[in-house]
Design a protein around this ligand. Sequence first.
Ligand code: ADP
Ligand code: 5GP
Length: 186
Amino acid sequence: MNKKLFVISGSSGVGKGTVLKGFLNKNPHFMLSISCTTRLPREGEVDGVNYFFLSKEEFQNCIDNDKFLEWAEFAGNRYGTKRKYIKQCLADGKDIILEIDTKGALQVKKQMPEAVLIFIAPPSLEALEKRLRGRQTEDEATIQKRLHEVKQELERAQNFDYKIVNDELERAVSELENVIIGEQKC
Ligand code: ADP
Ligand code: 5GP
């Protein structure tokens, strides 16, 4: 059976990772796709677990050989999803979720119109900035680059299938669960 592909996007620091963690704890049969990136690992991040960390040359080589289902540049780094891996997971009937930026999400939708795009929105721009800073994983220049993306991300979100506001965490996790389980029944 071919499964639906779920794609989660949202501005940096909105809480995508946190909401997904809550969802995956309750729904452990779902798999999170592991992306490739040219960004350096954060403290505690492991190659092959959080990302496949590639050099710029390795990433370019994947682009040249058409290995990506989608890829995008975000705040100075490149991120991409390997096509073969996703197609294989879907063919095997696995429940798979992509957590990627809004540009990548729209590329996926173009190629796979049945993919379900879910945008995680902040309760306010102030809350978003507070969360991004509060995470303490980026320096000021990187935070500024990421905040600079927000306006365009919110515009692209208008083409998404669902929008979930991550105000209260448990509520947002339940809403994500309702959307995904509901879509699987369609
Ligand atoms: P993203 O994956 O979207 O970049 P994270 O999941 O890393 O964001 O979350 C960014 C920060 O916001 C983290 O410190 C996290 O604990 C916090 N956070 C996530 N969801 C909420 C929420 N609903 N309320 C308050 N803080 C939150
Ligand atoms: P971070 O550096 O915080 O891990 O991720 C930065 C941004 O890149 C986030 O919006 C995240 O969703 C996005 N991202 C992660 N993996 C991919 C991917 O494979 N493709 C695209 N287009 N974006 C990705």
